[in-house]
Ligand binder design. Structure first.
Ligand code: FEC
Length: 294
């Protein structure tokens, strides 16, 4: 039976005018304070998304490269918070004649507050019209670990692994997110034989509840206090350039490091890199070969 892939990403507003609707989608109907919306618009403006999004272009590049790599399996992009929505991708996958759909998220770590939401949207979109093989997490995939280990190997700097923070309450329900992040970091550090590394969260939102820490901004201060002079940031929870990388790290964290007199660099994100796309293709092939183990 033929197959298709729904490749899912967080999604990004396509142009500046889309930011309010995009933010409303993220908040799921809950109120947005005007100053937070203004601040978000300014962050996107600084990234140059006036009329078209260089961030969504990266997702399209990755999709096209994965489709080429797979050869005979069509790949459709589905965005969690923007167009094309996951439900549209599901419709297109079914229309392509696929009896089996592989759901793969461009985020390697499972959380009930992230990956579960992608799955829900895809299940609803497919509505039983095709068999779904959903890849829940791929945080310990050896070839993914290699992709990142290759980017930090040989550095003299202290490596800081990072990922998006989430509200602390996820820990009360045994959510595996934090453990999976630490496992990925440990695996990379071992593979690259790193002498000095730590993990910190980034990009927490102002939602009025405590989020997982330490946040990278505080962590940089702490590292500086411990005598670290150069930092190389390796975001393990993201695979592409987007707002959380180009603003939260390249702008906010870099500015903090400069203020402290700390050397600051970050690895190049995998984006549509050939070796990384081969990792994604491997995940899809494995999901199609042994659906029950995906
Ligand atoms: O480049 C772009 O345009 C999109 C960048 C982007 C990525 C991303 C990834 C994750 N998020 C995760 C969790 C949350 C939770 C909330 C939340 C809020 C935002 C806002 C923006 C945003 N996120 Fe995001 N996230 C990205 C962008 N995120 C913009 C709203 C403004 C703000 O709060 O700063 C809080 C929702 C709420 O208010 O209730 C929770 C997680 C990931 C990593 C996994 C994934 O990629 O799906 C987890 C990229």
């Amino acid at each position: 039976m033929s197959a298709a892939v729904v490749l899912m990403a967080y999604g990004s507003p396509e142009r500046l005018a889309d930011v309010p609707a995009y933010y409303a989608d993220i908040r799921g109907g809950r109120t947005i304070r005007a100053e937070l919306l203004d601040d978000l618009v300014e962050r996107y403006r600084a990234l140059g998304i006036e009329d078209e999004s260089p961030l969504n272009a990266i997702t399209e590049e990755t999709r096209a490269a994965l489709e080429r790599e797979l050869g005979d399996v069509p790949v459709f992009t589905g965005m969690k918070h923007w167009t094309p929505h996951i439900a549209e991708a599901a419709d297109r996958a079914v229309a392509s004649g696929a009896g089996t759909v592989v759901g793969l998220v461009l985020a390697p770590h499972y959380s009930s507050m992230s990956i579960a939401g992608y799955r829900e949207q895809l299940e609803e979109g497919l509505a039983g019209r095709a068999e779904l093989v959903f890849v829940e997490s791929w945080h310990d995939e050896p070839r993914f670990v290699d992709v990142l280990a290759d980017r930090v190997r040989g550095t003299d700097a202290h490596v800081v692994f990072t990922a998006h923070s989430l509200p602390q309450r996820i820990l009360e329900t045994g959510d595996p997110y934090k453990d999976q992040l630490l496992e990925t970091s440990q695996l990379i550090a071992e593979r690259a034989a790193l002498a000095s590394w730590t993990f910190s969260f980034q990009s927490e939102s102002q939602t009025g509840e405590p989020w997982l820490g330490p946040d990278i901004i505080d962590h940089l201060e702490d590292l500086h206090g411990r005598g670290v002079r150069d930092v190389l940031v390796c975001p393990v929870g993201f695979v592409a350039d987007h707002l959380e990388i180009r603003w939260d790290l390249d702008h906010e964290a870099a500015e903090k490091a400069q203020e402290l007199g700390l050397g600051f660099a970050r690895i190049e994100m995998p984006n549509a890199d050939r070796v990384f796309v081969a990792v994604l293709a491997g995940l899809v092939r494995r999901a199609l070969a042994v659906p029950s183990e995906a």
